[in-house]
Write a protein that binds this ligand. Structure first.
Ligand code: MN
Length: 392
C-alpha cells in the first residue's frame, strides 16, 4: 500500500436540532459576525431569523449580507468584503447552500487582504490567502457541495468568464453545522441537483489519483447512501430519514472532496456554468455522468463494478469486475428517478460551444482533470461532451 495523507480539521456538529448551537459555536470564535446568505431562501425558511436570535443570545453582534446568487461572482464577494471591513467584523457566519458558503469563505479572505478576490482566482501569479483570513463557521441548508467541510471556494470571475476555485487551509470552516432538518425546505429540483453534486464528489474522488483507503471507504459508503436515499428525498422533501441519510452522504463526500479534490466532471462543469450562469452545478454534472461510465468502465472494471453493485445493479455471485459494464445503467436509473436524465442541450448549451468549454477546462481546471487516472486528451474530452449532448 502506498503511503497516504488524510486531513480534515473541521469540527462537525451533526444531527436534528444542532442548528440551534450556531450561536454558541460562533461565540467561540468572535463577537461581531457578518452573516452571509442568499437572497431569499434562508429568510423564507425562518433559518435566518433563527440564526440571528441564537447569535444575539450568545452575545454575538450580527450584520447580514444576503445578496449571494447561485454561481457567486467576484464582484459580490468584494462587496461583502467591503461591508465586513466597514463593520470591523471578526467572524463570518455562512448560512445556506454551496453558493453562500463559498462566497462567505472568499469574503473571509477579501475582508482582511488588500487585493480584490479575483487575484486569488486567476490562472497565473495567484495570490495566496494568509492567516489574516477571518474565522468562519458554516451551517448548511442543502445536502450538496459539502463546502462546510472543505478548503475550497468556487467563485466566478466576471471579467474572465471563469469559474475557478480558491484552495486554502485558512478557509476550512472552524465548525460545520449539519442539521438534516435545516434541509427540509429545500425544493425538489434543488434536492435533486445538490444530490447529484454529492454523487459526483464521491465518484470523482473514488476515481482520483489522490484516492486512498480512507477516502475509498467514505466514497463507497456515500455512493450507496445516495443510491438508496436520494430518490426518496426528491420524492418527499419532508422525509426526515431521507434528509438525514443524504446529509450523512454529503459529510462523507466532504471527507472525500477535501482530501482528493474534484476531477474530470467538475473540470468540465465549471466552464459550462461560467458560460451559462443559470445552469445549476448539479445539473451540469448530471449530463456527463452516464457517458463517462459508458466510455471508461473497461479502464477500471473493479471500481465501476463496485459502483454498479453499490447502486443495486451488480451481478450476484460473480466477480465484481463483471458488473462494471452496468455502472452506466445504474447511473441512468438513478438520474431518471430524480428527473435528471438530461443532456447538454437541455441546459441551453449549443453543440458549437463544446470546444470552447474543453479549452477553458484545460486552461483553468487542468489540475482537476489531471487527477483522472485515465489520460484524457483534448479529443477525449470533446468526445465525452459530444456524447453528453442529448439525454442518454
Ligand atoms: Mn461540486
Amino acid at each position: 500500500m502506498d503511503p497516504f495523507d488524510f486531513h480534515n480539521p473541521v469540527r462537525l456538529r451533526f444531527g436534528v436540532g444542532v442548528f440551534d448551537e450556531i450561536g454558541g459555536c460562533a461565540s467561540d470564535y468572535g463577537s461581531d459576525a457578518l452573516v452571509v446568505t442568499g437572497a431569499s431562501s434562508a429568510r423564507k425558511s425562518g433559518l435566518l431569523d433563527r440564526t440571528l436570535e441564537r447569535l444575539e443570545e450568545a452575545g454575538v453582534a450580527a450584520t447580514v449580507f444576503d445578496r449571494i446568487m447561485p454561481n457567486p461572482t467576484d464582484e459580490i464577494v468584494d462587496e461583502g468584503a467591503e461591508l465586513a471591513h466597514e463593520h470591523g467584523v471578526d467572524l463570518i457566519v455562512a448560512l445556506g447552500g454551496g453558493s453562500p458558503m463559498d462566497a462567505a469563505k472568499a469574503i473571509a479572505i477579501a475582508a482582511t487582504h488588500e487585493a480584490p478576490i479575483r487575484d486569488y482566482l486567476r490562472v497565473e501569479d495567484r495570490l495566496e490567502a494568509t492567516e489574516a483570513t477571518l474565522p468562519l463557521i458554516a451551517a448548511t441548508t442543502t445536502s450538496g457541495t459539502s463546502s462546510e467541510l472543505t478548503p475550497f471556494a468556487v467563485i466566478t470571475t466576471v471579467s474572465a468568464t471563469m469559474k475557478s476555485a480558491i484552495r486554502s487551509p485558512y478557509i476550512f470552516p472552524r465548525v460545520a453545522i449539519v442539521d438534516p432538518e435545516a434541509t427540509i425546505t429545500c425544493p425538489e429540483s434543488v434536492t435533486a441537483n445538490t444530490g447529484v453534486d454529492v454523487l459526483a464528489h464521491l465518484m470523482e474522488g473514488y476515481f482520483s489519483t489522490e484516492a486512498n483507503p480512507l477516502t475509498d471507504l467514505f466514497a463507497e459508503r456515500g455512493i450507496k447512501l445516495v443510491g438508496r436515499w436520494l430518490p426518496r428525498a426528491v420524492k418527499d422533501c419532508e422525509d426526515i430519514e431521507a434528509r438525514e441519510m443524504m446529509s450523512l452522504a454529503n459529510v462523507y463526500a466532504g471527507y472525500v472532496l477535501s482530501n482528493c479534490g474534484a476531477s474530470v466532471m467538475h473540470g468540465l462543469e465549471h466552464p459550462i456554468s461560467a458560460l451559462h450562469p443559470e445552469v445549476a452545478h448539479g445539473a451540469g454534472l448530471a449530463v456527463m455522468m452516464i457517458a463517462y461510465a459508458e466510455h471508461y468502465w473497461d479502464r477500471d472494471p473493479y471500481r465501476f463494478g463496485r459502483i454498479a453493485q453499490l447502486l443495486g445493479r451488480g451481478i450476484a455471485d460473480a466477480p465484481v469486475e463483471q458488473s462494471a459494464e452496468f455502472a452506466s445503467d445504474a447511473l441512468r436509473g438513478l438520474l431518471a428517478s430524480i428527473g435528471l436524465d438530461i443532456g447538454l442541450e437541455d441546459l441551453g448549451v449549443a453543440l458549437e460551444e463544446i470546444e470552447r468549454i474543453v479549452d477553458d477546462a484545460l486552461l483553468y481546471m487542468g489540475g482537476a482533470i489531471a487527477k483522472t487516472p485515465i489520460d484524457l486528451s483534448r479529443d477525449d474530452l470533446i468526445d465525452l461532451l459530444e456524447d453528453s449532448f442529448t439525454s442518454r
